[in-house]
Design a protein around this ligand. Structure first.
Ligand SMILES: [Zn+2]
Length: 236
């Protein structure tokens, strides 16, 4: 029995701090920004997504993987410059930032001015709009949508995307679910009563299992720890 283990569905928020600070395998988010890093598979799919919408040279990676100390420095600097209200709205506490997983990317639309580091401009229309519509096909979701502030605990961030992988990204986009809501939905599915998702020529089986499931389904299997347990995704 073998399965790929990744953190694609790991929930990191104020109530779920990231315990393990070991960085994942990292790669440049884009060739144009070699200093901004992302988890290797997320980086490959971000580049495929940018190419598919003609975003290269028009959309820039602004912030990707952050170590705990980098997140602390951003928190301290923002607090000093902007004060507590702004910082609490737009910067996650050290240990509670998705950026520490390497699976989150902040994007900005390249234009005349310099891009804001905390709140880059990433509009709803034009190439940014094309990016938004295609994101779920490449495993990305808008992580902090408008209207879900009470669920995510974070203000609407039109620039922050999270890699969760297919088929999860597509289902979340279709149903308008945040990661918090999706993981809660998956609690309703188990090994004996899994969720079946058909996308293209693939049949996915998804369910929540204990942290170390004793049995795995056949086919290609992925295990994503979520905090308490893990999500099993199998496909053929
Ligand atoms: Zn961000």
């Amino acid at each position: 029995m073998s399965a790929a283990v990744n953190r694609d569905l790991l929930l990191v928020n104020a109530a779920h701090p990231l315990g393990d600070t070991t960085p994942p395998p990292l790669a440049p988010a884009t060739p144009e920004t070699p200093h901004i890093l992302l988890e290797r598979r997320a980086a490959a799919l971000l580049n495929a997504l940018l190419d598919s919408v003609g975003g290269r040279g028009r959309i820039a990676a602004v912030s990707g993987y952050r170590s705990r100390s980098e997140q602390q420095a951003i928190w301290d600097e923002t607090w000093a410059a902007e004060g507590p209200d702004f910082t609490n709205s737009y910067v996650a506490r050290p240990g509670c930032s998705e950026h520490e997983t390497g699976l989150a990317i902040d994007l900005g639309l390249l234009g005349d001015g310099e891009l804001d580091f905390i709140r880059p401009n990433f509009p709803e229309d034009g190439v940014a709009g094309d990016f938004r519509r295609a994101a779920a096909d490449f495993g990305f979701i808008l992580r902090y949508p408008a209207g879900k502030e009470a669920v995510t605990g974070i203000a609407h961030e039109p620039w922050h995307f999270r890699f969760v992988g297919v088929p999860h990204s597509r289902r979340m986009a279709q149903l308008g679910l945040t990661l918090e809501e999706y993981l809660e939905e998956l609690q309703n599915y188990s090994e004996t009563k899994p969720l079946h998702i058909t996308q293209g020529r693939y049949d996915f089986t998804v369910y929540t299992a204990p942290r170390r499931p004793r049995r795995l389904p056949s086919g290609y299997v992925q295990l994503c720890p979520t905090g308490g347990g893990c999500v099993v995704t199998a496909w053929r």
